[in-house]
Design a protein around this ligand. Structure first.
Ligand SMILES: [Zn+2]
Length: 174
């Protein structure tokens, strides 16, 4: 991930300081992405926590706008909870315990993609943890809420990719 403080990716991709990508480098690159993506990047890169309330509202609107239904015994704010959970999980994913976040494991003399996290390096959210966070039953969490959660997560991954692209282009030497 290209983040402030990261070393240059190559001779061409580097921040203004020449050695490290600075927060202002990142902010400058993000000038043209949509506001939701912009605020997400600010929080993800720890550049600005003041906009988190606005970002949370956007994440909730996003989830609610998908028309997900819930059962009467589930909390009234189930969909809002799901939206916030996906947002915070995307901003600060937990490292996979099996590969220590590298996405790769060594089997004998061979390096392979980590089977536990499918090479992402991020810990998967268990159905039990999702059920706890949602106030839902385990079966409902696994069958209904988990696929929705994964959909929201993959949309944040699309944002991650878009952010990487604008940073890559923005930090490239003219
Ligand atoms: Zn792993």
């Amino acid at each position: 991930m290209l983040t402030p403080g990261a070393p240059p990716m190559s001779a061409e991709i580097r921040g203004t300081s020449g050695q490290r990508i600075t927060p202002s480098d990142v902010a400058a690159c993000l000038a043209h992405v949509d506001r939701y993506t912009y605020l997400y990047a600010l929080s993800k890169f720890c550049l600005d926590d003041h906009s988190r309330a606005e970002l949370n509202d956007l994440a909730i609107d996003d989830a609610v706008g998908r028309g997900y239904t819930f059962q009467s015994q589930e909390p009234d704010d189930s969909v809002e909870r799901l939206g916030l959970l996906a947002l915070s999980f995307s901003i600060s994913p937990s490292r996979c315990a099996m590969c220590k976040g590298t996405g790769q494991v060594i089997f004998g003399s061979k390096v392979d993609s980590c089977p536990k996290c499918q090479g992402t390096g991020n810990m998967q959210l268990s159905a039990r943890r999702l059920a706890d966070a949602m106030g839902a039953g385990r079966w409902r969490a696994q069958k209904v809420w988990m696929p929705r959660f994964q959909t929201l997560l993959s949309d944040y991954q699309v944002k991650d990719d878009a952010i990487q692209t604008v940073l890559y282009v923005g930090l490239r030497d003219e």
